[in-house]
Design a protein around this ligand. Structure first.
Ligand SMILES: Cc1cc2nc3c(=O)[nH]c(=O)nc-3n(C[C@H](O)[C@H](O)[C@H](O)COP(=O)(O)OP(=O)(O)OC[C@H]3O[C@@H](n4cnc5c(N)ncnc54)[C@H](O)[C@@H]3O)c2cc1C
Length: 298
């Protein structure tokens, strides 16, 4: 389907396309290149179009491609379609039971009204360094599966982002799904976000995912939001904590190392200094929660 539209609030006209298959969407995106924008839930795209920050000549809605929506269990992994609404992720039993870290991060996004519209693919592809689902998905080892003119390719989600608002997606490509391995037994996670209001983007946020054996972190991923141009994985902190018992000293040391390792900026949501200080506190809080959870389940 393809129609012309000239909305009174969006002053420039554009052609609207509603492909019914991945192949059709790839063809349209390849044909129109930079002149096309993908529409998912529209909670990022439409405000940008209304403010004339973006003036696509072609808008390609992914809504009518059934395989792009839903959470599915496969033999070795969980697949989340890029067009899955955040509210459906929040209510998915698979996510609640098997990926509680993602559940927690999705719950922190906007309001129920926003999550009813917004999709996980939109949250990722908008590529805000503050996108809440990104840190949890990276900490959970997600892969991004990208559809494009030469078929599908998969990359680590961590390498998907190249800067604020920028991704590795090339001409004709779009995010089709995310795949995540089943977390091993003993895996514990924590997502914490600080924002000016509950509806705002993060001023600073953290996702930690750890495979615990009693009080020791056998392996651990630490990912911060809103402190760098892209979601930031802190490998030096992970190294410091791997195979270590999460004592009060180890937790304090990790908090210190996080705040020394990041180079945040000052913007309307907070100063660089605030972000550095808050990062330390968030790290300590997240690690303490993981420790307490693993003590409870002993
Ligand atoms: C009031 C309000 C509160 C908000 N609060 C939060 C918050 O707390 N945390 C947070 O992280 N975000 C927040 N957001 C931002 C936004 O809601 C999310 O980023 C949302 O997940 C975007 O998804 P969408 O489906 O609406 O994306 P859209 O607006 O449809 O698309 C976003 C961008 O991604 C592109 N895109 C979409 N899907 C794909 C795909 N599959 N492949 C390639 N490109 C694609 C679009 O072309 C567009 O550039 C908020 C927004 C509002 C308006």
């Amino acid at each position: 389907m393809s129609i012309n539209t000239h909305d009174t609030h969006i002053l420039h006209g554009f052609q609207y396309h509603a492909p019914a298959s991945v192949a059709e969407a790839v063809k349209l995106l390849d044909e129109h290149g930079m002149e096309a924008s993908i529409l998912a839930g529209g909670t990022d795209l439409i405000p940008k179009m209304k403010q004339a920050l973006l003036k696509p000549r072609h808008v390609v809605n992914l809504k009518h491609i059934p395989e792009l929506a839903g959470v599915r269990e496969e033999a070795e992994q969980i697949r989340i379609g890029a067009f899955t609404r955040l509210r459906d992720i929040e209510r998915s039993i698979i996510v609640t039971e098997k990926l509680p870290l993602l559940h927690e991060a999705v719950l922190a996004i906007g309001s129920v009204q926003i999550r009813n519209m917004a999709t996980v693919g939109g949250n990722i592809c908008n590529a805000s360094p503050a996108a809440d689902s990104a840190q949890a998905l990276i900490a959970l080892d997600a892969k991004a599966n990208i559809a494009g003119p030469s078929g599908e390719r998969s990359i680590e989600l961590e390498s998907f982002f190249t800067g604020p608002g920028r991704t590795v997606l090339g001409r004709g490509e779009f995010l089709a799904s995310l795949t995540l391995p089943y977390p091993e037994a003993g895996t514990r996670g924590a997502f914490i976000k600080l924002g000016r209001t509950s509806l705002d983007l993060a001023t600073v946020s953290i996702a930690i995912n750890a495979k615990m054996r009693k009080e020791t972190a056998e392996s651990i991923k630490v990912v911060m939001g809103a402190v760098a141009p892209t979601p930031l994985r802190l490998r030096n902190v992970e190294q410091q904590l791997t195979k270590r018992k999460l004592t009060v000293e180890a937790i304090e040391e990790a908090g210190r190392l996080v705040s020394e390792s990041i180079k945040p900026i000052t913007d309307i949501r907070g100063t660089a200094e605030y972000r550095r200080l808050a990062s330390k506190g968030l790290t300590m809080e997240a690690l303490t929660r993981i420790l307490e959870d693993s003590r409870r389940e002993k």
